[in-house]
Design a protein around this ligand. Structure first.
Ligand code: ATP
Length: 265
């Protein structure tokens, strides 16, 4: 069995009366890919933000390579060390990229922050190459790039830090279907080559099928089902997972029946 790179144990987070995350635990193997699926409001993003360290858990623990990252100090060195373990790619790279900074400068800034002594020129070319961008894009501002290219920049920036885990929160949701496929292929290729592990947050079961080995299904903050992706999607055990699968529009699909089944759950 592969070693565990990321482990979440009993995560809980409440906002006023809403239990956004309710006793969530999972393991991600080194070089593995774990999907977290569920409908809007099921607690996926809050879980991801706790893992990355953008949100505090009320209780529970997050380990990377068996080291507890939950309560590590808030100093600069500790923040950088935490960032080198886990990086995040968001749905909208337009919001996470500075509109006044060129692609090359974004990568240079990140590399300078994490590897101040290294030579960055070669590494920048390598990173751009890895995500399928060239010299032209290197000199461009985010506004001069397509959505797919911007997402490639966000991925390159995350990879620059050489993290053990990449958390992708609806990272292809804003892209056209054909561009989605390109980015998903790119992510699969990167995982094969680098052995990085992915935590894939998505409401899209097609994405889960394409790029994850295992999946957990969340509903109202709780994990209702988990297992190998093929098994969960082919023979779902929980009625909610079945409902999620049935909710994907296809020929003969009856939205009224789905709505009625949802009310019964
Ligand atoms: N900062 C916040 N303040 C108050 N409530 C919040 C906050 N963040 C999340 N919530 C609530 O916690 C619950 C889970 O939200 P979360 O964003 O984690 O779900 P999600 O599954 O990622 O949904 P989506 O796919 O729509 O982003 C929701 O009921 C949401 O309204």
């Amino acid at each position: 069995m592969k070693k565990t790179v990321l482990e979440a144990v009993g995560l809980r987070r409440a906002y006023a009366s809403v239990q956004a995350v309710d006793n969530v635990s999972f393991r991600l193997a080194e070089g593995g890919s774990l999907g977290i699926v569920g409908e809007s409001g099921s607690g996926k993003t809050t879980t991801a933000r706790i893992v990355v360290g953008l949100e505090r858990a009320d209780s529970g623990r997050v380990f990377v390579h068996r080291r507890d990252r939950t309560d590590r100090g808030r100093g600069r060195a500790q923040r950088l060390a935490r960032a080198r373990e886990v990086q995040m790619v968001f749905q909208d790279p337009y919001l996470s990229l500075d509109p006044r900074t060129t692609v090359e400068a974004v990568l240079r800034e990140t590399l300078a922050l994490h590897f101040p002594k290294a030579d960055h020129a070669g590494r920048i070319t390598e990173l751009l190459d890895r995500v399928g961008l060239g010299r032209r894009e290197a000199g461009a501002l985010p506004g001069q790039l397509s959505g797919g290219q911007r997402q490639r920049v966000a991925i390159a920036r995350a990879l620059a830090v050489e993290p053990a885990v990449l958390v992708l929160d609806e990272a292809v949701a804003a892209l056209d279907v054909s561009v989605q496929a390109q980015i998903l292929n790119l992510l699969s290729e990167i995982r094969e080559r680098t052995g990085i592990a992915y935590l894939f947050i998505t409401h899209d079961l097609g994405v889960v099928r394409c790029v994850t080995d295992d999946v957990i299904v969340m509903r109202h903050g709780k994990v209702v089902e988990s297992g190998p992706t093929g098994r969960v999607l082919e023979t779902p055990e929980h009625p909610y997972t079945r409902l999620l699968l049935e909710s994907v529009p296809r020929p003969g699909w009856d939205p009224k029946r789905i709505a009625a089944a949802r009310r019964e759950l």
